[in-house]
Design a protein around this ligand. Structure first.
Ligand SMILES: [Fe+2]
Length: 220
């Protein structure tokens, strides 16, 4: 095969590959879609207002998912789920994948009628580490307030079931460090500025009212 023919064949194979990727994506739904909220947008008010939900869920989370849908096709992450992307991707695919997963965990942590305290194995693990649930809440809130700039404060577990509070900048998700995320609170200004202005401490104090500990415990 001469050089010209080889080039034509490579072009045809490349085009067929693109068509196959597109077909697989269409048939198997390899597109990240905005997952529905488990409550009405106004259900968490006044802790989180409807307006914040409209922007935070409807614009920010949707934006991260839309970005992924632009970035992932044609990469080794085509067809991968969000945890896989968070564990193995770098750069913009990691940033948008981690932010998408972080926000999905965050929005699914809340309830208008939450279980206000953990029970069972998670309650025991908290007691082992911080003595009391109140001491844990104080340490977690302080971590959220003192994190410099944008990021997340996490309650995570390691392989032994031991608990840790992590401060992560920007999109940081604990999966990329081998931990299992149990509770993640967004301390980017977009999470609280409409409702609390610059008072991140007030946001951290009020957020306990809507955290559903049955959901957090299920992740443990
Ligand atoms: Fe956010």
């Amino acid at each position: 095969m001469d050089k010209m023919n080889r080039k034509r064949w490579m072009t045809v194979i490349g085009l067929l590959g693109c068509l196959l990727c597109f077909w697989v994506g269409e048939v198997f739904g390899y597109e990240f879609k905005l997952p529905p909220l488990p409550y009405e947008k106004s259900a968490l008010a006044p802790v989180i207002s409807r307006e914040t939900m409209e922007f935070h869920y409807g614009k920010h989370l949707k934006g991260y998912l839309d970005n992924l849908n632009s970035l992932v096709p044609g990469t080794p992450f085509e067809g991968a789920d969000l945890p896989t992307i968070v564990k193995y991707a770098t750069g913009p695919i990691y940033d948008n994948g981690a932010q998408a997963l972080n926000h999905i965990l965050y929005f699914n942590t809340f309830s208008a009628e939450p279980a206000h305290e953990p029970t069972g194995a998670l309650a025991e693990a908290i007691a082992r580490k911080w003595s009391t649930f109140e001491d844990f809440k104080k340490a977690f809130s302080e971590a959220g307030v003192s994190l410099f700039g944008s990021g997340w404060v996490w309650l995570v577990k390691d392989r032994n079931g031991d608990l840790f509070i992590l401060q992560e900048s920007n999109a940081g998700n604990p999966l990329s460090k081998g931990y299992t995320p149990l509770l993640g609170i967004d301390v980017w200004e977009h999470a609280y500025y409409l409702d609390y202005r610059n008072k991140r401490a007030d946001y951290m104090e009020n957020i306990w009212k809507i955290i559903d500990w049955d959901t957090v415990e299920a992740r443990y």
